[in-house]
Design a protein around this ligand. Structure first.
Ligand code: 5AD
Ligand code: SF4
Length: 446
């Protein structure tokens, strides 16, 4: 069969889509890049904000026309919204053939094949630990210029229950994969050309802690042990990871990152809010000061480190003063990148029981202010890079200008340059910075 996958949401969903593609191709099916060519349409959906759900429902609804023309077409919804709505989604969208939840990823191939044989509507949303077996599949066509990069999911689910978040309900309890499976997967990816690996999990730093929601004691970090083992894979050049919960950065983990050859000095450290009162109501287990303490500890071990973050504006009851505290913490840390989200109540998550009290215009204004702060900050820090020489991992042709190539520093800065003969994606090269743009840098290979 010919399969088309459309992915919504986060990197974990992208990774699940790739695992789906890997399993399907291994079973003899083919991936296609347009809906018209496909025998099976998969919509891998997201639930984290209402907007994401609305988009996917709209899109799947629109596919009814295609199905009327081609009744053999199989349409399925997977991912977090599929998990959250289950049978309700089949009722709302009667042309949908199946709903496959996040705990049943490994059953996709037999499910699709059985639906082709005996057309029936199926909702499969049980949580199952067997899901770990399907997580190692990859889809890496030999000639793909993007093969220098690969992603590995090291945990599934989340046990933290931040009050605004639907993830623990739709992705289930946190489970970690075996370290030997992850290392074997990394070695295989490196053998097929990967030079940078992104480790994924809702809270990667909880890796190997058995779902315990208390951060590990000083001196103990199974995640650090994993990083150290991956660091020894000879041709692997870079390791990145996302996202770690701030309080899991102890001395052991920070020391392992600082001492490693490959782990990038760019840390995504979700802040969510800079107000202690809001943090408490979000059920985040840190304060403004303890968050800043983590930033300082990481910075003193790695002075060149850059940080990025996630922030929510307009959480129920967020006052101007709370917001100013968020702004102040963001400016103090000097994030190189921030993902700012307007609060969206998620039915099922704890905070949805509260009135969504901050008006939309206020959320938009706070969002705008943080984006403007970010823009000004990035412009300034990029200018400071002028004249320096940095190491980049070559990514390939620049997306906006085919005459140029681009690469990224370990600190996650994007640099454009003129290519030279023999340059290949996945090489490490030195670049002298000659010009600073508003979001990226320009330089010369040396
Ligand atoms: N509303 C707005 N943003 C949210 N996030 C998670 N849940 C919500 C919500 N209900 C944001 C958090 C998280 C990121 C992935 O999405 O900032 O870190
Ligand atoms: Fe959601 Fe909090 Fe878990 Fe992140 S740590 S997935 S925000 S519950």
């Amino acid at each position: 069969m010919k399969i088309y996958i459309k992915t919504y949401g986060c990197q974990m969903n992208e990774r699940d889509s790739e695992a789906f593609a890997g399993m399907l191709v291994k079973a003899g099916h083919t991936m296609v890049s347009s809906e018209e060519e496909a025998d099976v349409l998969l919509f891998n959906t997201c639930s984290v904000r209402e907007q994401a759900e609305r988009k996917a429902i709209g899109k799947i609804g629109y596919m009814r026309k295609l199905k009327n023309r081609r009744p053999d077409l199989i349409i399925g919804a997977t991912g977090c919204m599929a998990q959250r709505l289950g049978n309700r989604l089949l009722e709302e969208l009667p042309h949908l053939d199946f709903v496959l939840g996040t705990g049943q990823l490994h059953t996709l191939v037999p499910l699709v094949e059985s639906i082709r044989a005996d057309r029936r509507q199926v909702a499969s949303i049980l949580e199952s630990e067997a899901v770990l077996t399907g997580m190692g599949s990859h889809f890496r066509p030999a000639a793909d210029p993007g093969n220098w990069h690969a992603q590995i999911a090291i945990t599934r689910g989340c046990n933290r229950f931040c009050s605004y978040c639907i993830v623990p309900y739709v992705r289930g309890r946190e489970i970690s994969r075996e370290r030997s499976d992850i290392v074997a997967e990394a070695k295989e990816l490196v053998a097929s050309g990967a030079r940078e690996i992104m480790l994924l999990g809702q809270n990667v730093a909880a890796y190997g802690l058995g779902g315990n929601i208390n951060p590990p004691p000083p001196g103990h970090s199974p995640f650090a042990e994993l990083l150290e083992e991956l660091d020894r894979i000879p041709e692997l050049l870079r390791i990145r990871f996302t996202s770690p919960y701030p309080t899991y950065f102890n001395d052991r983990l920070i020391g392992a990152i600082a001492a490693s050859r490959t782990v990038c000095h760019n840390i995504h450290l979700p802040l969510q809010s800079g107000s202690d009162r809001v943090l408490r109501e979000m059920n985040r287990q840190y304060t403004r000061d303890s968050y800043l303490g983590v930033v300082d500890a990481i910075r003193s071990a790695m002075p060149d480190v850059t940080f990025s973050t996630d922030v929510i504006v307009g959480f129920p009851g967020e006052t101007d003063e709370d917001f100013e505290q968020t702004r102040e913490v963001m400016n103090r840390v000097g994030f190189d990148n921030s993902f700012i989200f307007k609060y969206s109540p998620r039915p099922g998550a704890k905070s949805a029981e509260r009135v969504d009290s901050v008006p939309r215009e206020v959320k938009e204004e706070r969002n705008r202010i943080l984006l403007e702060d970010l823009r000004a900050r990035v412009e300034k820090t990029l200018k400071q890079q002028l004249g320096t020489t940095v190491e980049v991992l070559v990514e390939g042709v620049s997306p906006r200008n085919p005459e140029r190539w681009c690469g990224r520093t370990g600190t996650n800065r994007l640099i454009h340059f003129e290519p030279v003969d023999g340059l290949q994606p996945g090489m490490l090269r030195q670049v002298r910075i000659t010009r600073a743009g508003s979001v990226s840098l320009f330089g010369e290979l040396i």
